[in-house]
Design a protein around this ligand. Sequence first.
Ligand code: ACM
Length: 267
Amino acid sequence: MLRIGYYQFRPQFGQIQENLKQVLNALKDVSADLIVLPELAFTGYYFKDREETRTLAEDPQDSSTIESLVALCRDKDFYLITGFAEKQQDKVFNSSLLIGPEGVIHTYRKLHLFSEEKNWFDPGDIPLQVWEVREANVGMMVCFDWIFPEVTRTLTVEGADIICHPSNLVLDYCQQTMLSRCLENGVFAVTANRYGADKRPHGELRFTGKSQIVAPKGELLHRSKSQKQEVFITEIDPILARDKHITPLNQIISDRRPEFYAPLSQV
Ligand code: ACM
């Protein structure tokens, strides 16, 4: 059994220290195995341009924000998955980091950039991969990746039991769709969304909250309110994601007919 959950909160744009303080404070008394934070949890989302994104992004290997999160994982003996603006030389990625007591374990870089993110970030360049966290296999995707069913399917075929999904959702479709993503792949998903708004001189973006955890049969285990802070933790059995039968005679992974899906692998 695994205690998994998320922290839904409202990062303030550009206030990395303040946002970090809020996360450290919210999680200081939480007992869990794995906690998911929203996309771009420390910088905020609505950048003016690529230059501003680069100014706020950090290299995780040289980041006091990450050092504090690793120390928190060590202190609390849990794992974190967090959205993070990742700087690497002349590139900047909208990333999700798996962090544990031992440090940064894996980096996923958002493959499908949403709207103006195409002006701010480089597209992801690391294959979708699954990592073991305690007794569970965990895959990561970031926000708008949800609209590409290939992402959850690839993570499932790679062996994911739980898909962790840091998000800054602005459209209304995702939360309900994730019930289907979980059913069609037989996996758990933790969508950790932010709420509130980024009010900037160039405009304002509002985020939809409603973070949630979904079980492999598409069952909604919990959904937060739209505009409210919440730490939510629940106990799940990740083994439930290993049985892919939908009837005794239908198994959703081995029943696939990939020989008929060839157009999917053409660019
Ligand atoms: C999104 O991908 N942040 C909408």
